[in-house]
Design a protein. Structure first.
Length: 1205
């Protein structure tokens, strides 16, 4: 078993369990039981509490103070399958389980990923079930003792391999439960369908009868409707009145009105021509008056300026003479130079005073030291020379000892340094190797994180592109629907649409398609163009006349045709004056624009637009229109709402249906938006395809990075394990070297103190020996030197004060000199500027006087011009008034002719409306034919017209092939039989059929189809019901076979276990008696198992009355009996003998020796006797780093301990 990152096993650790008994030993808390947990975990244990944890993530190494936590736990268990105990074609089977800290887990068999169920089924055939009875962990004995009779049965079933049969039975029972529910539901459904068949059959019979009646209703309605359409059509053709006289009078009035309008146009042109002359005269008078006022103001301003500039400037202050200020500054600069010399002398004096003071103080200190030494020598002599000599000898002895200790420590430190260097070199080599591996690990981690981030970024980009593409699709669909709706609005059923749909030569297109109108002005331009906006563009006049003749012949209604090819010759002569007047009006009315500037089209229609929109101005509202007409009566004003105003007419009102021009503009705008959205969608689609391709590459890179990271983890674990061992060796050598260094420092400090003490005591001894017996030091010299030092300090202080005073005087003089220099420069510049200003003022005063004289002279001529301009203005106003009177008379005549023309037009229009009403009735009948009968007019008249025969009724249709048996002629047409059409008879026939249909009541028209479908479904469900009953019988047979197999296997396993329990109990309890008893021997499928145990000398048989050791031994006896009855490849026991005394321990060891003959035993123990019978030992220990370390030892030879792989 290989463990890595599982609980305390941070590094990869491999356990190679020997045949026989393997004992795992070690102190408490070192991680022995983690070996048992690893075995249980890799074999599929799912309970975190069973693994002594709170959650499954707790099995991953959590880290210590010296090692970081790991990201996954991995355990691999390799089983020798040479005997084929496991049902797999491999001689060696490796089961592995990996848990990641993120929550993911992986299972594998021989390196191939698999499910947990696959591992459990593979192990169950060899007695290694998910209940883990082969692993007797801490607390497992207590679980066996407190187990119920059914739980004990489960132990034997697991060992006998019955659990897979029970799972098969449980799966079959679940299928049977689901099948029972389906069977009940199917039975209910079949019964319900059977109950529905009878009433639905009756409804089907009624539906067959209703078919015949509905045929009569439909046929009679169709014939009556066809008769109505034919009658109305003939009436329309007969009621067309001769309107030539009325149309001739209308044409005569139109001619007179056209002549009156031409005369009115000429007068308006003359009035318009007079208006600019009048405006020019007025403007000339206004400009001359403004010029006169300007020259008056200029003369007054020039005179005032001459007076102001003639005043003299202020006289400069003589006390601020710049030359005097410069002289004062120069004198201060000389004083500054003298102070610099004095400052340098005082600085030299201070340095000399400081030197004298320091020499005096040094002499005082030397004299005081000499006096102290003499006093100390005198005192030492008084204490006795013998005592000083003894102290000198003692201190000298300590100095020698300290020197010897330092020498010894130097030798030890040199040896330790050599060992530390060797360890450091070896550690550095390994550390460089680890650094290389870790550097690769960091690079792989970075590569994997970059790959994950790149994949996430591409996923986010794909999501954004998908959302944008979906939004573009929705917008495109919306625009397409809007464009289709607008296109439907363009399809008008009038003469224009009729002409555009025909193949008439010379038809170009609708006028709305040719024009492009500025946004917001569609309604105004449509109102200004009037009927022309709904008209048709023609190539030339001949084509227009031919098209008009065709419309008349086809009775298509009214149409407006615009001639584009030769319209250039029809441009009105009044265009230029009106264009000038339009420009003037646009400049004077806020918000007004020329109509021609807001519409454009091909060159072929430019002349037509000039003629139609000449003199038309677009204004925001009615108030602006009134303002414009008040000043420009020849123009036509059109508001944004479509109201048209001129000097002689007003046309407008509330909002109406959109014009063709507005609809065409909306269609063009929608087409442009649709084109842009379609292009954006294609761009998003290509971007999405590219992003999907990038994601595939990013996903491959992420998988490759993860695989490389897994490989690097394995290499790093192996290198890190070796590095840990060498690191411990290096730390030990470093600690020893540090201790030697500290000891040397302490010894050197001690030696220094002893040597200093020796020097002082030796000096005192020499002084005491050399000094006279009664000599006393003199204080006179010390007092003299002290007085000299005090005087030197006073001299130094005076020198410092004198130096500071001189420095302050120097700074003050320097600042005053700089200020005077700046003042002199400023005053000199001010006087120069004053002289320049005086010269400029004199020049400007002279120029102002000349301007005043010239302005007065010019003003005289301007006044004369103003009088002439006033006379011209009065003359122009009189001419305009005369032309306005003549224009008003012509307009009155034009209004009368227009009213008569309107009356004639209304008469013609009423006749057209009458015919239109008849056509609408015919169209309504045609729509009724399509909506109610689904027949076109032609097909209705052909099949059901008054001239066709009325067929006989079909009767009740019972033969679905009857339509194929009708008689036909040589051309394949049906030979019809019937009676001539009589309207009264058909009306009676319709009433009779409707009465019969009402008598039938509510008819289900789908009854026939529903009855056939329900009958077919009933037959299908009946067959399915029989299949389910057959499948249920097969499942019951399977359950019986499984129960029989379970009963056979359990009976055999129980008998063998009972025999083995009696034998094992007798071995563990000599003289005692123990047996297994079935709770219900009559039912071997569900019976439980009770345990009776009576140790020697006791009459009790209940387990709860036994002692703790006896109960534990009884539980061991039951497990061993199961082991012997149905052996497994290996067993794991975790401190099962902890509660046993020495005698019972010996008996249990004997049982272990018997089990090792057939199975492999792994025992976690603290007992020395258990270790003695082991074939191999694994020692588990844990150092201060919190990581378990394992060593192994075979017991059959004296091999040295080795660290586990």
């Amino acid at each position: 078993m290989t463990v890595r990152g599982f609980k305390s096993f941070a590094s990869a650790t491999t356990f190679d369990f020997e045949p026989g008994v393997t004992a795992v030993v070690g102190p408490n808390g070192s991680g022995k039981s983690n070996v048992v947990d690893a075995l249980a975990w890799v074999m599929g244990e799912q309970g975190a509490k069973t693994l002594r944890g709170g959650k499954m993530e707790d099995v991953i190494f959590a880290g210590t103070s010296g090692r970081p936590p790991l990201g996954r736990a991995h355990v691999a268990l390799t089983i020798d399958n040479a005997d084929g105990a496991l049902p797999i074609e491999y001689s060696e089977v490796t089961i592995s389980r990996t848990l990641f800290r993120t929550g993911g887990s992986e299972y594998a068999i021989n390196g191939t990923g698999c499910r947990l169920l696959d591992i459990q089924e593979l192990l169950s055939d060899s007695g290694l079930g998910k209940e883990m009875h082969v692993i007797v962990g801490q607390g497992q004995l207590d679980k066996v003792l407190h187990a119920t009779a059914e739980d004990r049965r489960g132990f034997i079933e697991e060992a006998a391999g019955i659990l897979k049969h029970r799972r098969r039975k449980e799966k079959t029972l679940r299928k049977l439960d689901a099948m029972s529910a389906n069977l009940a539901r199917l039975s209910d459904l079949t019964g319900e369908i059977r109950r529905q068949l009878a009433p639905l059959g009756k409804q089907a019979a009624v539906a067959r009868r209703a078919q015949a009646v509905q045929f009569d209703v439909r046929d009679a309605r169709a014939r009556l409707l066809a008769d109505d359409i034919v009658t109305l059509t003939n009436a329309v053709e007969k009621d067309v009145a001769d309107e030539r006289a009325l149309k001739a009078r209308r044409e005569q009035v139109e001619a007179e009105l056209q002549a009156g309008r031409a005369r009115q146009a000429d007068l308006e042109q003359l009035a318009a021509a007079a208006t600019p002359v009048l405006n020019a005269a007025r403007e000339n008078w206004y400009q001359l008056s403004a010029t006169a006022e300007k020259y008056k103001s200029m003369a007054v301003l020039a005179a005032e300026r001459h007076r102001h500039l003639g005043a003299a400037d202020a006289v400069p202050d003589p006390s601020r003479d710049p030359d005097k200020l410069a002289g004062q500054a120069q004198r201060l600069r000389d004083e500054e130079a003298e102070l610099d010399l004095a400052l340098e002398e005082r600085r030299f004096g201070l340095e000399a005073a400081v030197e004298i003071k320091e020499d005096a103080e040094s002499a005082v200190r030397a004299e005081e030291q000499r006096v102290r030494e003499l006093l100390r020598a005198t005192a030492d002599r008084r204490e006795g020379l013998a005592k000083l000599a003894g102290q000198v000898a003692s201190v000298r002895s300590r100095v020698e000892s300290a020197e010897a200790e330092i020498g010894r420590l130097h030798q030890s430190k040199a040896a330790g340094t050599e060992r530390h260097g060797a360890a450091a070199r070896e550690f550095a080599a390994l550390e460089s190797q680890v650094a290389g591996v870790e550097e690769g690990e960091e690079r792989l981690d970075a590569d994997y994180e970059e790959a994950v981030e790149a994949l996430a970024a591409i996923d986010a980009t794909i999501a954004e592109l998908s959302a944008a593409q979906l939004a573009a699709d929705r917008e495109r669909d919306s625009l397409t629907a809007r464009r289709d709706a607008l296109a439907v609005g363009l399809l008008r059923k009038d003469a224009s649409a009729h002409l555009l749909a025909s193949d008439q030569p010379g038809v170009l297109s609708s006028v709305a398609e040719l024009l492009t109108v500025a946004a917001g002005h569609e309604s105004a331009i449509a109102a200004a163009l009037g009927a022309a906006a709904e008209g048709v563009a023609m190539a030339d006049s001949a084509s227009a006349l031919a098209a008009l003749e065709r419309v008349k012949n086809d009775d298509g209604g009214r149409v407006t045709l615009l001639v584009t090819g030769d319209s250039g010759t029809a441009t009105p002569a009044s265009g230029a004056p009106l264009a000038a007047e339009v420009a003037d009006a646009v400049g004077r009315v806020d918000g007004a624009v020329a109509a021609l500037s807001q519409v454009s089209g091909p060159d072929s229609v430019a002349a037509v637009l000039d003629a139609l929109l000449d003199g038309v101005v677009l204004v925001p509202d009615l108030a602006a229109a009134a303002t414009l007409l008040a000043g420009h009566p020849r123009l036509t004003a059109v508001t944004a709402d479509g109201d048209v105003l001129s000097a002689f007419s007003v046309r407008g009102g509330s909002a109406t249906a959109p014009s063709l021009l507005e609809l065409q503009a909306a269609v063009d705008e929608t087409d442009a938006q649709l084109l842009a959205v379609t292009a954006e969608r294609e761009r998003l689609r290509f971007a999405l395809v590219a992003a999907t391709a990038q994601r595939a590459g990013a996903a491959a890179a992420e998988s490759a990075a993860l695989a490389a990271l897994h490989d690097s983890d394995a290499r790093l674990a192996a290198v890190a394990e070796r590095l840990g061992t060498l690191g411990a060796t290096l730390r030990s050598a470093a600690g020893e070297s540090e201790r030697h260094t500290q000891a040397l420092a302490v010894a050197a400090a001690n030696l220094e103190r002893e040597q200093q003490s020796l020097t002082e005591i030796a000096a005192r001894l020499a002084a005491a020996q050399d000094a006279p017996a009664d000599a006393e030091p003199s204080m006179d010299d010390r007092d003299t030197l002290a007085a000299a030092a005090t005087a030197a300090r006073a001299v130094e202080m005076e020198s410092r004060l004198s130096l500071r005073s001189t420095e302050e005087q120097l700074v003050a003089v320097r600042n005053r000199a700089a200020a005077l220099e700046r003042a002199a420069a400023t005053e000199r510049m001010a006087r120069e500027q004053a002289a320049q200003r005086a010269r400029r003022r004199a020049f400007q005063a002279k120029k102002a006087a000349a301007v005043a004289a010239a302005a007065g002279h010019i003003l005289h001529f301007v006044q004369a011009s103003i009088e002439l301009a006033g006379q011209e203005r009065d003359t122009a106003e009189e001419e305009r008034a005369e032309r306005e009177v003549a224009l008003m008379a012509v307009r009155a005549t034009t209004v009368e002719l227009a009213a008569e023309l309107a009356t004639l037009t209304d008469s013609v229009h009423k006749d057209e409306l009458a015919r239109a009403a008849q056509r609408l009735r015919i169209e309504a009948l045609e729509n009724k034919s399509i909506e109610e009968l689904g027949l076109t007019v032609d097909h209705l008249i052909t099949e059901y017209g008054p001239d066709t025969l009325v067929p006989l009724g079909p009767g009740e249709v019972t033969d679905k092939w009857a339509a194929l048996r009708v008689e036909v002629d040589d051309d394949g047409a049906e030979i019809r039989e019937g009676t001539p059409f009589v309207r009264a008879e058909q009306e009676k026939r319709l009433k009779r059929a409707e009465r019969d249909l009402a008598a039938l009541g509510k008819v289900n028209p789908l009854a026939l189809e529903e009855f056939a479908a329900l009958e077919e479904r009933h037959q299908f469900l009946s067959s399915q019901l029989e299949d389910l009953k057959s499948s249920r019988k097969d499942l019951m047979d399977i359950i019986k076979e499984v129960d029989k197999r379970v009963e056979e296997v359990f009976t055999s396993a129980y008998a063998d276990t009972a025999v083995q329990f009696e034998r094992v109990f007798g071995r563990l309890f000599p003289g005692g008696e123990g047996r297994l008893v079935l709770t219900d021997p009559s039912d071997m499928l569900t019976t439980g198992i009770e345990v009776e145990a009576r140790p020697a000398g006791k009459k009790i048989k209940r387990l709860s009355l036994l002692s703790g050791g006896e109960r534990s031994l009884t539980a061991v006896a039951l497990l061993v009996a199961i082991f012997k009855a149905r052996p497994s490849p290996f067993y794991v026991m975790d401190e099962v003998e902890a509660a046993l005394d020495d005698t019972n321990l010996g008996r249990l060891i004997t049982i272990f020796e018997e089990l090792r003959e057939s199975s492999q035993l792994i025992i976690i123990t603290h007992q020395k006797r258990t270790m003695d019978v082991a074939d191999a030992l694994y020692g588990v220990s844990m150092r201060g780093d919190g990581v378990s370390t394992v060593i192994s030892q075979r017991m059959d030879h004296a091999a040295a301990p080795t660290v586990a792989q």
